[in-house]
Write a protein that binds this ligand. Sequence first.
Ligand SMILES: Cc1ncc(COP(=O)(O)O)c(C=O)c1O
Length: 139
Amino acid sequence: MLIPVDRDGLVVDAIGRDVRAVYVTPSHQYPLGVTMTLARRQSLLSWAEQHNAAIIEDDYDGEFRFGGRPVDALQTLDNSGRVVYVGSFSKVLLPTLRLGFIITPPSLSRAVEGPRPNRGASNKRRRRGARVARIRPPR
Ligand SMILES: Cc1ncc(COP(=O)(O)O)c(C=O)c1O
């Protein structure tokens, strides 16, 4: 389902009733380039909490701006563990690196990692699985 975007970003009131996850590019909405305002980010987070939904925040070019302070990422503003933050080194380093990362809330980390590697599996089978590095935040 496509959701309309206005000058403040994604129109939260237009999200359908049965939606359980929303994918957004709040730093620069792709392809229009709108930056989601702080008020709209808070409204989206409230919506997600009310509807027990997840937000996938694709911050693929959040480091790029010509002026002004950056708005806090949804993941930074999130108090209820609903935002999966997706980043990429394509723009800040080089696109051929093909390296990205995700930051998950604790409640979703098992689901994102997938099943534990099978100790009996061959090296070839293990290599086919996704590589997951755990980076724990400082306490
Ligand atoms: C919407 C969107 N997400 C993510 C990316 C980053 O993708 P990749 O890391 O594969 O270059 C891009 C690249 O332009 C993009 O336009």
